[in-house]
Design a binder for this molecule. Structure first.
Ligand SMILES: [Zn+2]
Length: 257
């Protein structure tokens, strides 16, 4: 578990250096959670949350692909695009997705799923840049359930395989190819990341727009894998924070009297 956290931080430092001039992405490790998501907070800072239960049994390649995919969302500005799309379709909760008309749901779903495929391809490129196997990394997608936001795992893996052979056919040698060389530096830097970033309090009220929560691999109907949106997360967290804080505040007030 600890090794997995360090591996995530290492990749995060590496990708922050490569894509964001070293501006740090805030990494949140969440206990007892399988959710993984990215968002941009009110200060414009990138955030990545990683449910520890999700990564616990992942291989090193799978972990690298997962983080590379999430960085795909951040680099391609998907949190911002998600907000735009959801505004356009009047969606503030998962419930609103169900209420969309058939045509709207199809169009909305296509926009959301396209972002997933883009992040997959981005992740596959990064994997090649790291000298790793994208297909082995993405293998866990087969266990994912399809949702309004996420295409079928088999389709995603097929696209990654096709993308990989295209990239190799193009004589893959773009800016990503020096990533593997920077890995050892990233490891040193990751060890310096302040320890208070892991694990952080999951009652993080700065959560704005989570691009995705990876569907939990439970088969409960067509769209059941779809989990919470940033809005709902914010509401739930606010309620949780209040539920924790109010009794203490109440006691303190009464003691003061
Ligand atoms: Zn994604």
């Amino acid at each position: 578990m600890a090794d997995h956290s360090l591996e995530v931080l290492k990749l995060s430092v590496l990708f922050d250096n490569h894509f964001f001039n070293g501006a740090p992405t805030q990494v949140h490790f969440i206990q007892n959670s399988t959710m993984v998501g990215t968002w941009v907070d009110e200060q414009g800072a990138a955030n990545l949350s990683v449910g520890l239960d999700r990564i616990q049994f992942m291989s090193s390649d799978q972990l690298a692909f997962l983080i590379a995919h999430e960085y795909g969302h951040l680099v391609l500005k998907h949190p911002q695009k998600t907000q735009e799309i959801q505004q356009q379709y009047g969606i503030v909760s998962t419930f609103d997705e169900f209420m969309l008309s058939f045509d709207s749901k199809r169009d909305y779903s296509k926009l959301m799923r396209d972002m997933e495929l883009q992040a997959d391809l981005f992740g596959a490129k990064l994997m090649l840049g790291l000298g790793r196997d994208p297909v082995s990394g993405a293998s866990f997608l087969l266990g994912e359930t399809k949702s309004i936001q996420h295409p079928e795992g088999t389709l995603r893996l097929a696209k990654i395989k096709a993308g990989e052979s295209n990239l190799i056919a193009e004589d893959f040698s773009d800016t990503f190819s020096d990533l593997a060389m920077q890995l050892s530096d990233a490891e040193v830097l990751a060890a310096l990341v302040p320890s208070d970033t892991l694990p952080v309090d999951s009652n993080d009220s700065t959560v704005k727009a989570v691009v995705e929560s990876w569907p939990v691999a439970v088969d409960v109907g067509d769209y059941a894998g779809d989990t919470l949106y940033g809005f709902e997360v914010s509401v739930l967290l606010t309620v949780a924070v209040l539920a924790c804080a109010l009794p203490r505040w109440w006691r303190r007030t009464r003691v003061g009297q």
